[in-house]
Design a protein. Structure first.
Length: 434
């Protein structure tokens, strides 16, 4: 279902709704919770041995409760009154010379879904005042904050209690379910990313090196207003595509079959994540086409299986079943398909999980993965169990021909009997399709 993201994004980021949902979670764990939520944005930092700033990336928990991407900012959300107060950097005349005037409290109040905006030099006095007030009515008034994300100069001394355990968990849990505004942010990021992918596809025949296509992708995103990428883009030609997180993006394209592009921009801190693979010279080899068609079937059937309550582990297994069927039809796998599934031989060709939640992070919070699962099917599955309504999840199956991964399977009798090494020989050059 397409959403009219431009109209939705004319409104404000729903920071107060997020605060309410986070408090609801905290109260489900601590029914008499009272006091404040306290979060800090990311602070500006200089590069090591340099007077230049590090690239800035806003702290996600802070953004979730404010929609504010200014560095060196703070927020207090009062649990009882539901009042949100944002603290932004004051005007520093020295800094204005270099950086221009910062956002004023009036501008911030207009822009963000908060009740009050103050300058950050009022933070400690405000905390002391709220702390005294709260302590006078409750001996249990608590500052809920995130361990390791509270500046040394900040004081909670006037509050009877602090809790550094629950807030991160609460925000991580709450972020899984997206509201309409968040969906619009992701849709906007996706639209820009999709256009950049199309530009790369159109240009691939005229390019000679992976880096030219990375440059084109970045140009298209920046031109559309998306200055940040959600993750390091992958522009992998030929066998390089068998490296799942290949980021060298510096090899020639000549004589190679497919280009795999896995890249996505951010929009207002929200990620997109799109992968496509296509022939570099415009025409599939029969082998590349056959693998592409299997992966396409894995993707479309898995997407069709998605609904509230579906178990993600089962959808991931469905992708493996389709891979086994397709690779058996090509003769790469041989023998009983149920036995191949039980032996987990398809992991040699499809070693990663089907996808992950997407949102403020590319690999978004939630999902309860178990990276120690002894079953190789599920070791890299980032989401386990039932999918709730309102979550956003990527569906990105793949088939790869990576010698480092597959060759041990050819030497292991448990798996070797299911793989036809002679047929496989024709497919190494396909590299990978996701
Ligand atoms: N698309 C990159 C990743 O999910 O890791
Ligand atoms: Mn992904």
């Amino acid at each position: 279902m397409a959403i009219d993201y431009e109209t939705i994004l004319r409104g404000k980021y729903p920071a107060k709704l997020h605060a309410q949902r986070v408090v609801q979670y905290i109260r489900s764990k601590v029914p008499d919770a009272n006091g404040i939520l306290y979060l800090e944005g990311r602070h500006t930092k200089l590069l090591e041995d340099s007077d230049m700033p590090e690239p800035f990336r806003q702290r996600r928990p802070f953004f979730y409760l404010t929609g504010c991407s200014l560095p060196d900012s703070y927020v207090i959300h009062d649990i009882e009154t539901e009042k949100t107060t944002l603290f932004i950097p004051p005007i520093d005349p020295d800094d204005v010379i270099w950086s221009g005037l910062p956002m004023s409290v009036e501008e911030a109040k207009e822009k963000y879904d908060v009740d009050e905006v103050k300058y950050s030099n009022e933070l400690n006095a405000t905390l002391a005042c709220i702390g005294n007030e709260k302590a006078s009515v409750s001996s249990n008034a608590t500052v809920f904050a995130i361990a390791g994300q509270v500046s040394e100069k900040v004081s909670f001394l006037n509050f009877p209690n602090t809790n550094f355990d629950l807030l991160k968990e609460a925000i991580g849990y709450t972020r899984v379910i997206k509201d309409e505004y968040e969906l619009a942010l992701i849709a906007k990021a996706n639209a820009i990313t999709a256009a950049a992918h199309h530009a790369v596809m159109k240009q691939v025949k005229n390019a000679t090196n992976e880096r030219e296509l990375e440059a084109l992708f970045l140009k298209e995103c920046i031109k559309a207003g998306a200055k940040k990428q959600a993750y390091d883009g992958i522009f992998a030609a030929g066998t390089a595509a068998a490296t799942l997180h290949y980021v060298k993006n510096d090899e020639p394209l000549g004589g190679k079959q497919l280009l795999l592009v896995d890249a996505g921009c951010e929009w207002e801190c929200y990620a997109s994540d799109i992968t496509r693979a296509f022939p570099i010279n415009g025409k599939f080899t029969p082998e590349a086409r056959a693998i592409y068609d299997i992966v396409l079937r894995m993707q479309t059937e898995c997407i069709a299986a998605l609904k509230e309550g579906v178990v993600w582990d089962d959808v991931h297994v469905l992708a493996h079943k389709i891979a086994i069927e397709g690779l058996s039809e090509l003769g790469i796998l041989k023998g009983d398909k149920d036995e191949i599934l039980a032996a987990r031989t398809s992991v040699a060709f499809y070693p990663h999980g089907l996808g992950h939640y997407l949102g403020l992070d590319t690999h978004d919070t939630g999902g309860n993965p178990n990276y120690n699962d002894p079953d190789p099917f599920f070791r890299y599955l980032r989401v386990r169990g039932k999918l709730p309504a309102g979550a956003v999840i990527t569906v990105e199956p793949g088939i790869y021909f990576c010698r480092f991964i597959i060759e041990p399977y050819l030497k292991d009798e448990k798996h070797a009997k299911f793989i036809d090494a002679e047929v496989l020989e024709r497919y190494w050059a396909v590299g990978g399709v996701r």
